[in-house]
Design a protein around this ligand. Structure first.
Ligand code: ZN
Length: 264
C-alpha cells in the first residue's frame, strides 16, 4: 500500500537545495507590474503559482502550492492572494480549505503569511508546541471528512518555547504542564543525539506528531492508508522565513487515491 513517490521527493529536494542557498531574505525594490502582466503564464511561473482547485483536489499538488507560497515569502515577493472583498464574497457560503495546518500558537508563525495564502485556504489548529488532544483531533477530522481537505501539515518551528520547556522541565503553573508532558517523549528520544538538543527535539516532536495523526483511529489512519489524504511535517525557520519539510515525513508516502464522492 505504501509506495515511495520519487517524483515528489525529487521536487522537494530541488526546492530544498535552491532555498538552502538563500539563508537571508533580501528585500527588493518592487515596482507594481502592469495589470496585464499579472497572471500571465510567465508571471505565474515566476511566482510559483499553483492552481487552487487542483490543490484542493490533490494533496500532492496542495503541498506544491504551500511550498510555492513559502518560497514567495522567503524571496520577499508575496502576492497575498484571496485577501480582498471578492475573497469574502466567494467564501461567505462555504469553505474548501486545500490544507490543514497543525501548528504552534507562537505569534511569530502566522500561517497565511508565511505560506502566502488567503481567505478560505488553510484550516488551522494551533496550540503551543502543536500539542494535540481530543478537540484538535475532532477539528482535523472535521476538515478531512466534512470539508474535504486532503493535505495535513504538522508545523513546528525553531526556538519553540513549549519544546524548550519539555527539555528543561521548569516548574510551571496551571495547565501549562499538559504541554510539557506531551512533548516529553520527544525530548527523551533526543537525549543522546549529536547536535543541538532543542533543534533535534523540535524535529522529533514534529515527526512523532505526524505519526500520531497517521495512526489516529478511527478516521485518519484509514484515510491515510487508503491514500485519500497526505500527512507530512515541517519546521519553520524564524530567521529566514523558510519551512523545511522533513525528509523523515516524506518517505514511503501512499499514492493518492481520491475517496468515493459519497463520503465527501
Ligand atoms: Zn512554539
Amino acid at each position: 500500500m505504501l509506495r515511495t513517490c520519487s517524483f515528489l521527493l525529487l521536487a522537494l529536494l530541488g526546492w530544498h537545495s535552491s532555498a538552502e542557498a538563500q539563508t537571508r531574505r533580501t528585500p527588493k525594490t518592487k515596482a507594481n507590474p502592469p495589470a496585464a502582466a499579472v497572471n500571465s503564464a510567465q508571471w505565474r511561473a515566476e511566482h510559483y503559482v499553483v492552481d487552487r482547485d487542483s490543490a484542493y483536489g490533490n494533496p500532492y499538488v496542495a503541498l506544491r502550492k504551500l511550498m510555492g507560497g513559502n518560497r514567495r515569502f522567503v524571496e520577499d515577493k508575496s502576492i497575498k492572494p484571496r485577501q480582498d472583498r471578492a475573497a469574502l464574497t466567494n467564501t461567505e457560503k462555504g469553505q474548501k480549505p486545500f490544507a490543514v495546518i497543525v501548528g504552534c500558537s507562537d505569534s511569530r508563525v502566522p500561517n497565511e503569511i508565511i505560506f502566502d495564502q488567503g481567505v478560505g485556504d488553510l484550516f488551522i489548529i494551533r496550540t503551543a508546541g502543536q500539542v494535540m488532544a481530543q478537540a484538535s483531533y475532532g477539528s482535523i477530522e472535521f476538515a478531512t471528512a466534512v470539508l474535504g481537505s486532503k493535505l495535513l501539515v504538522v508545523l513546528g518551528h525553531q526556538s519553540c518555547g513549549a519544546v524548550d520547556a519539555a527539555i528543561k522541565r521548569p516548574d510551571v503553573p496551571g495547565h501549562i504542564v499538559t504541554l510539557v508532558n506531551s512533548v516529553k517523549p520527544a525530548a527523551e528520544k533526543t537525549k543522546n543525539m549529536p547536535g543541538n538538543r532543542l533543534d533535534n527535539t523540535i524535529r522529533q516532536n514534529v515527526i512523532d506528531q505526524v505519526n500520531e495523526l497517521r495512526d489516529l483511529e478511527p478516521l485518519l489512519s484509514k484515510e491515510y492508508q487508503n491514500g485519500e489524504i497526505l500527512i507530512v511535517g515541517g519546521v519553520y525557520n524564524l530567521a529566514t522565513g523558510k519551512v523545511e519539510f522533513l525528509p523523515e515525513t516524506l518517505k514511503d508516502l501512499p499514492a493518492f487515491k481520491p475517496a468515493a464522492a459519497t463520503t465527501k
